[in-house]
Design a protein around this ligand. Structure first.
Ligand SMILES: Cc1cc2nc3c(=O)[nH]c(=O)nc-3n(C[C@H](O)[C@H](O)[C@H](O)COP(=O)(O)OP(=O)(O)OC[C@H]3O[C@@H](n4cnc5c(N)ncnc54)[C@H](O)[C@@H]3O)c2cc1C
Length: 354
């Protein structure tokens, strides 16, 4: 890379912030443009009434996610295993009692990040110079002028870049940003059919004053084919003094009102776990269909379709434009590990270019 090149990263999710951080370790400062009013993208931890960290987005990872584990260690963040002791439930039919099963202690654990997944985003942000991070700056066009790129955002601001990295779902890049000169037909045809992991998912969180299920020897784990809650896990914090659940609702529930979703969740859990379940401190859910993750309906639904596509590994507009982000990763695409893998490989590409 040439000295003093201006690097702009579009997207302030895990991949964009990790890339900015990796570059900063080579004394290269990049500007991050983020469309929404917050950093983190598909990572979003909210706090309940008792300040319990509650995950609306990415939550779990495992030992195979070596780059994520290394980054956590490097940033001095702790991980802890997902609680799974006790009776777990599997509901096949609404008119039959649930089946009970036990997760073997020999099973490879899933981990969570102490303090919430957002701690990873916050720690990366702390390491970066905040004046290089721009929120509420949604990029709408990229134009090549002479030997550089001009980036226009919806707030009227423009930025100049010698190198530009798109750290957002490829489908969004294709539908929200206009390119001049136009991207070649190869990549333009692929962008709309790269599946965006978890777009359309409905995640819910619940906070309780006490872990009543643990006292009754339940793990808090539930899989259901019949209720609105399709998957659920204990969401007690690292310190084990704040309690709750998190999981997924069946996708059809996105058509219900929030009030109806809450009512149906509490009804299902009260039937399965008893009266204590009916009085949470906090209920919240999020349907992941907003403009920051998807535009319109996905044209394809096969999980991870075209993720890590060879065209996403190439550079465009005379070597000035690169694709990054979890969907562009050839390994663990869709997951947090994929977001970090893409940042590592994009950083290497930028350092190699000269
Ligand atoms: C409900 C849910 C559950 C998940 N669970 C897990 C899990 O348990 N484990 C796991 O490993 N992964 C999980 N994931 C996936 C994980 O969140 C992602 O792999 C990872 O966060 C992706 O990071 P990214 O930076 O590549 O993309 P994103 O997080 O999508 O970041 C892209 C950023 O670009 C911004 N942006 C979009 N358009 C523009 C524009 N035009 N201009 C500027 N900025 C723009 C967006 O606002 C966003 O901040 C989950 C995701 C969801 C939604």
């Amino acid at each position: 890379m040439k000295k003093n090149e201006r690097i702009v990263i579009i997207g302030g999710g895990l991949s964009g912030l990790t890339l900015a951080y990796l570059l900063s370790k080579h004394n290269i400062s990049a500007t991050v443009l983020e469309a929404s009013p917050r950093l983190g993208g598909r990572i979003q931890t909210i706090k309940g009434k008792n300040i319990t960290p509650l995950e609306l987005g990415a939550t779990w990872f495992s030992d195979v996610h070596t780059n994520l584990n290394q980054l956590l260690e490097h940033l001095d963040l702790k991980k802890f295993p997902q609680y799974s002791k006790g009776k777990s439930l599997f509901q096949t039919k609404s008119f039959e009692p649930p089946q009970e099963f036990f997760v073997s202690e020999a099973e490879i654990p899933s981990y969570r990040i102490a303090g919430g997944t957002q701690a990873l985003i916050d720690r990366l942000f702390e390491k970066l110079a905040s004046e290089h991070i721009r929120l509420e700056t949604k990029v709408t066009s990229i134009t090549e002028i002479d030997n550089y790129l001009v980036i226009e955002a919806n707030n009227g601001e423009t930025f100049k870049a010698d190198k530009l990295v798109l750290c957002l779902p490829p489908q969004l890049a294709g539908s929200q940003i206009s390119f001049s000169p136009e991207l070649s037909s190869n990549i333009s045809t692929v962008l709309p059919i790269v599946q965006t992991w978890m777009a359309g998912a409905v995640k819910f969180v619940l906070e309780y004053p006490e872990p009543f299920w643990r006292k009754n020897e339940y793990s808090g784990m539930l899989y259901s084919h019949s209720g609105i809650v399709s998957e659920m896990y204990d969401h007690t914090n690292f310190e084990e003094n704040k309690f709750g659940f998190t999981g997924f609702l069946n996708p059809g529930s996105s058509n219900y009102t929030k009030e109806l979703r809450e009512e149906l969740v509490l009804k299902q859990l009260t039937e399965l776990l008893g009266k204590d379940a009916s009085e949470p401190l906090t209920y919240y859910d999020k349907i992941w269909t907003d403009e920051f993750v998807i535009s319109g309906n996905q044209r394809i639904n096969k999980p991870h379709q075209n993720n890590g596509h060879p065209f996403l590994q190439e550079s465009y507009i005379n070597g000035k434009l690169l694709f990054s982000g979890t969907e562009s990763s050839t390994e663990f695409s869709g997951y947090m590990e994929g977001a970090i893998c893409s940042a590592i490989s994009t950083c290497e590409k930028l350092l190699k270019q000269s």
